[in-house]
Ligand binder design. Structure first.
Ligand code: IVH
Length: 692
């Protein structure tokens, strides 16, 4: 028994670290929770093996070395959770046995990462991650970039100093965009929006966080002398101070109303713009909450009901091996189409050879497919009972399916690569597709198919060839007339105006994504300085580590790559950063729509400010918009559209706040002193052992 207990403790510690520190979970929540439950049951049955350091005694830790670690004013506890309605019934029984009938508040369980915000005199003072529950990481500079977090409060009645908690999350629209970008830069995509949100908060450069399209919902006002008597009153007040509180939060008078709420949310969550993994139920009345109190880990007045990730069983028909622009080979499973969470699933990613081996997959197997917070479905297991005796293990291919070259697997990589980058068609076409993509050279009129067509007609085999194409050559191709040929030529010519940092990203240097390209352009200013840089000089750039530095050096060491740069330079493509003319680059990469009238500036003034700080103005709200700056008299349709697309809505003040540089370390020292004094003040008045 003792052996199983220590085994479970070790296993849970391992997965805690994967989840909170590395943002790369290996098991799903349900499996994690089941292991935790098994350990808790064993510890309950065998108190002789109790250990204060057991994973059951603490909340997981997300502490990392790079951020200043600060102590929470009130410990950040977790919630006890359940996947069964029966157990939820037991929660109601326990509460009502002690309290008699009570009111509950039912709300969404947001699937993001917890944040504690501290406000002083109506201004955001500090933002801290949960960490180990006692200490967290100070991520204030990053949180300041999230449009829905008010930097200054509005309305009235807020305490001079208070803490509020909520969840930072990444809407699906931002998540999909980010993963597409990461795939384009040959970076590992995030497993789900939750990890993407957590990873985005732990960026050293706040501009990167700002570009990630995060959102923040608040659900818990913490304090010892709150001006309200119920949780719901607090939430309504909090909303009036400018915080984002879900409109779906509802008071329930009976447990049946809570069960109805759960059913509704289970239905609705498929059409929400962000991930929810359950419903949180809280006792509404603060006096009742105080009477119920806490266990060492969680409040006794609240519980989380979690939805199980939906699963379907279907058969594995075949596996395709796709070759990307970097030569990376990705296995993709073709499945017998099956209904799952509202869509028909036909394909699932298999990541790499290790995963195929870990699942021990065979063609014809009945496999379990899951779609949790993830967008792309994944295979989570095999139904071995259904396996036929002669099923053959799935072999990973040894040669490129496109060009026949022998695949290689570098030691540090989980993936196989086709090394024939010069001649392998999907690699050539993939590089050009990346070059013309929206965030790179933005040559809109050149679609993937046209590029493949131009390549097979032997008109292009490299990005530099685009600039020597003629309209006559293009017009001769099937399905392309004079008009589209002229369009293509003019958008290629237009692309010579694209700023240097995007050219750098467009080159497709391995591991150089958008953010890194920006940092490099800022640091070096032009291509010649970058080409001459040593690995040590490169590593001085923000966001550039050894691996990226080496990849850049390797790229420029290649004569063919240097020749390409010269051809592009001759064609007029930007090789010098034009950044210096802007007043700052604090809005770099962000796009805005201005709507309504404003107290402090005219619309044109605001637009000019956005441009002067590196941002872009758009005429209408679309999925490309990062922020809608809402003034008075803005039409409701615009707001509804922004909400539907997950576009962040900010006011004039928040925009002005974004223009300034994030607080530097000197400022934060004095803030810390302020904070320390307030913490002392609060500690003096706090009721011992209680949150209120
Ligand atoms: S209340 C003392 N409300 O779930 C309890 N938490 O499993 C404070 N979460 O750490 C938490 N949605 O990160 C609360 N509506 C909600 C929530 C919520 C998501 C997260 C939060 C918490 C975790 C506990």
């Amino acid at each position: 028994m003792n052996q199983r207990i220590s085994e479970l403790r070790q296993l849970l510690e391992y997965h805690n670290h994967k989840y909170y520190v590395e943002n790369a979970p290996e098991i799903d929540d349900f499996t994690f929770d089941s292991l935790m439950r098994e350990l808790q049951d064993l510890e309950d049955a065998h108190p002789e093996y109790a250990d204060p350091d057991s994973p059951t005694k603490r909340v997981g830790s997300d502490l990392t070395r790079e951020f200043q670690s600060v102590e929470h004013i009130h410990p950040m506890l977790s919630l006890s959770n359940t996947y069964s309605r029966e157990e939820l019934g037991e929660f109601f029984d326990r509460v009502e046995r002690e309290m008699g009938p009570v009111e509950y508040v039912a709300e969404l369980k947001f699937d993001g990462t917890a944040i504690s915000l501290i406000y002083q005199n109506g201004r955001l003072l500090r933002a801290v991650t949960r960490g180990d529950g006692v200490r967290g990481d100070d991520v204030t500079a990053n949180v300041r970039t999230i449009g829905s977090v008010p930097l200054r409060l509005r309305g009235e009645g807020y305490p001079d100093f208070f803490e509020i908690r909520g969840e930072v999350l990444m809407p699906y629209a931002s998540f999909e965009g980010l993963n597409a970008e990461r795939a384009a830069a040959d970076e590992q995509p995030f497993a789900n929006p939750r990890n993407a949100a957590a990873g985005s908060l732990k960026q050293q450069n706040p501009a990167v966080t700002a570009s990630r399209g995060l959102d923040c919902y608040l659900y818990f006002l913490v304090g010892d002398r709150l001006p309200h008597t119920t949780h719901k009153q607090s939430l309504d007040a909090v909303r009036s101070w400018g915080f984002k509180v879900s409109e779906l939060t509802t008071v329930c008078h009976t447990r049946d109303e809570v069960f109805d709420y759960i059913d509704r949310v289970d239905e609705l969550r498929r059409s929400l713009p962000f991930a929810t993994d359950g419903v949180v139920i809280k006792v509404n009345d603060y006096a009742r909450q105080q009477e119920l109190g806490f266990t060492s880990k969680s409040p006794r007045w609240a519980v989380a009901y979690k939805f199980k990730a939906e699963q379907a069983e279907t058969s594995l028909l075949s596996v395709d091996f796709q070759v990307g622009r970097t030569g990376a080979v990705t296995p993709v499973a073709n499945l017998e189409p099956v209904q799952l969470a509202g869509t028909v699933v036909k394909r699932a990613t298999l990541h790499n050879a290790d995963q195929i081996a870990a699942l021990d997959l065979r063609i014809g197997d009945m496999v379990y497919v899951e779609k949790g917070g993830e967008i792309i479905p994944k295979i989570t297991g095999v139904n071995l009972e259904q396996r036929s005796a002669d099923a053959q293990p799935l072999e990973f291919i040894t040669h490129c399916p496109e060009c026949g070259a022998e695949l290689v697997r570098p030691e540090s990589e989980a993936r196989h690569f086709c090394p024939n980058s010069r001649q392998c068609p999907p690699q050539i076409v993939g590089r050009i597709v990346h070059f013309v993509s929206r965030k790179a050279m933005n040559i809109e009129s050149l679609g993937d198919e046209t590029i493949a067509l131009l390549h097979s007609a032997e008109l292009i085999s490299d990005v530099a060839d685009l600039y020597t194409l003629t309209a006559e050559q293009i017009a001769r191709l099937p399905r392309l007339g004079d008009k589209s040929a002229a369009n293509i030529i003019s958008s290629i010519a237009e692309s010579t105006k694209v700023p240097f940092e995007r050219v750098l990203y467009a080159l497709g240097i391995r591991y150089v994504g958008e953010a890194t390209a920006k940092s490099l352009a800022k640091h070096f200013g032009n291509i010649d300085a970058l080409m001459a840089a040593t690995p040590e000089e490169l590593a001085e750039t923000e966001d550039v580590g050894e691996r990226i530095a080496q990849s850049i050096v390797d790229y420029f060491a290649d004569a063919e790559n240097r020749q390409r740069i010269e051809q592009l330079r001759t064609a007029g493509v930007q090789m010098i950063s034009a950044r210096s003319s802007a007043k700052s680059n604090s809005l770099e990469g962000l796009s805005f729509v201005i709507s309504g009238t404003f107290a402090g500036h005219s619309r044109d003034e605001l637009k000019a400010l956005i441009e002067a700080h590196g941002g872009r103005n758009l005429a209408a709200v679309s999925a490309k918009t990062n922020y809608l700056v809402a003034g008075d008299n803005m039409g409701p349709a615009k707001r509804a559209k922004a909400e539907k697309l997950g576009v962040q809505i900010i006011n004039e003040e928040q925009l002005i706040d974004m223009l300034g540089e994030p607080a530097n370390s000197q400022n934060s020292t004095s803030m810390d002193e302020d904070l320390q004094q307030n913490v002392k003040k609060i500690e003096k008045t706090a009721v011992q052992g209680s949150l209120f």
